[in-house]
Write a protein that binds this ligand. Sequence first.
Ligand SMILES: CC(C)(COP(=O)(O)OP(=O)(O)OC[C@H]1O[C@@H](n2cnc3c(N)ncnc32)[C@H](O)[C@@H]1OP(=O)(O)O)[C@@H](O)C(=O)NCCC(=O)NCCS
Length: 213
Amino acid sequence: MVGPRRDGRPTALPDVLQCLRAISHRGAEQAFTAAMSPRDGQPFVQAGFELHERLHLLSLRLDGRGRATPGRRTFRGRPWHLRAVLDIDRQAFDPFWRFDARTLKEAREATPVSRYRVARLDDRANGPLVGYAVTGRAGPRGYLQRLAIEPAAAGRGFGTLLIDDALLWLSARGVHTVMVNTQETNVRALDLYRRIGFVSEPEGLVVLRWTAA
Ligand SMILES: CC(C)(COP(=O)(O)OP(=O)(O)OC[C@H]1O[C@@H](n2cnc3c(N)ncnc32)[C@H](O)[C@@H]1OP(=O)(O)O)[C@@H](O)C(=O)NCCC(=O)NCCS
């Protein structure tokens, strides 16, 4: 994985070339960028990266609203849920997007504050886990970082339950805009986000791929 500079300065072509030299030297044959705007992707394209996948970027103005799902609740994600959570993630995402313990941790630490919740098949505190969500907050902005429901439990409102929980949490902390991105082909997630009120930003995001010559 190759990302933009971490010091906040714009990533330029020499940065990308230096990075590619370093990873080639260590034997990498392929590299992918994180999801980024097409503009941020320009130096990567100049360095030989090609389009791997387009993502929709959606936003929601919260305006203080956030709703609870009546009669249903989520639970705090705990360290001992890790195995079940990663198993749900494995079933919900194809290998490229799948999380492992490290990338789940990175998602939880991507923003200064985050919330990690799980959904259970029933409301018993020891009922089996069927889904989880990671939500982040950075100042007035909220991010739905991850949402996954076990396929066998899909279509029963668990996705909506976890999003409602996230929006309520963000709303109570003064967040006014919530962002989420998803693959252009993920019709189910897009339908769900749009039903909740998210709208697509004019410019989406791209993931770029580099292959060694
Ligand atoms: C996308 C995803 C999160 C949706 O989760 P879900 O639990 O199926 O979502 P919900 O059940 O809340 O809503 C989905 C549909 O079920 C319907 N539904 C909601 N509650 C329901 C209930 N109690 N009984 C039956 N259907 C219900 C909704 O109306 C909705 O219908 P729609 O297809 O017209 O939108 C889930 O399919 C998933 O994990 N997909 C793979 C990973 C992924 O795409 N993650 C998010 C993008 S990064």
